[in-house]
Design a protein around this ligand. Structure first.
Ligand code: GLY
Length: 263
């Protein structure tokens, strides 16, 4: 059986801009170092290739400091890109800037037409459901306008509430397989994962919840040994990557790629 939620043939990434030093963040812990970020991003791309994806890396876009987080302006379902409407004012233009590349690399491109907002970081897909967490970046108008586009691909849309202290729904959750998610206790307690098994992160390792399942690999960010052990104990093939620079601007593993299948 094919699992469209985690079996991917392709991924699209964007190299980090040197302007990533101006990236959005909730708390300032210092600017990322562009050279270190580039090295960590190279390792990330290699990990996606090791997991079996053909990866295209778009050139850095200096106009948009957060553009390395390519998952936020688009959603890909069945190889078709839906151009979203990011909820941060400085990121709104990323959608238009990304559209030509989406047209080149995806099977088709459609626009989310809305006065509202949807960030890709708020979307977690299972094989048959799109879980969309309302947040400071995603609102109910955007969610309802997204619904028919999602249903056209055979998914149901579930609109959930991300706890207010969490940036994106997927900041604290990720899909591990067709029935299982990794989540922080805070997000698990919100009741979002009805009908799914939950593996919870331990206190102090909340950032580990932003993992990615890509084919046979679960990629987890470095510095979360207990999460890595829990996943390994549960039978997953765990790969650990350093995402120290993305973390300084509230980014993680999921937001640095659009993962999809063609054919
Ligand atoms: N810096 C990532 C974001 O806040 O969108």
């Amino acid at each position: 059986m094919t699992h469209r939620s985690y079996q991917f043939t392709h991924a699209l990434c964007r190299a980090p801009a040197t302007s990533v030093t101006d990236g959005l963040r909730a708390a300032d812990q210092g600017d990322p170092d562009p050279a270190v970020f580039a090295a960590e991003h190279d390792a990330y791309v290699s990990a996606l290739r090791d997991a079996g994806c053909t990866v295209a890396v778009l050139p850095a876009d200096e106009a948009f400091p957060d553009s390395v987080f390519i998952e936020d302006p688009a959603l890909v379902l069945n190889g078709v890109a839906i151009v979203l409407r990011p909820g941060a004012p400085t990121r709104l233009g990323e959608a238009d800037a990304l559209r030509p590349a989406l047209a080149l690399h995806m099977a088709d491109v459609v626009d989310l037409v809305t006065d509202g907002y949807v960030d890709g970081g708020d979307i977690l897909c299972t094989d048959d459901r799109v879980l969309l967490g309302l947040s400071a970046r995603t609102n109910a108008t955007g969610a309802e306008d997204l619904r028919p586009l999602v249903e056209a691909h055979g998914y149901t849309l579930e609109v959930l509430q991300t706890p207010p202290e969490i940036l994106h729904f997927k900041t604290e959750s990720s899909l591990l397989d067709a029935e299982t998610v990794l989540a922080t206790p805070a997000l698990a307690a919100s009741g979002a994962f009805r009908d799914l098994k939950i593996i919870e992160t331990v206190p102090g390792e909340e950032a580990a919840a932003n993992a990615i399942r890509v084919n046979d690999h679960v990629i987890v960010s470095e510095g979360h040994p207990r999460a890595a052990d829990r996943l390994a104990d549960a039978g997953y093939s765990v790969k650990v990557l350093n995402t120290s620079q993305a973390a300084l601007v509230d980014g993680g593993l999921s937001c640095m790629s659009l993962r999809y299948s063609l054919g």
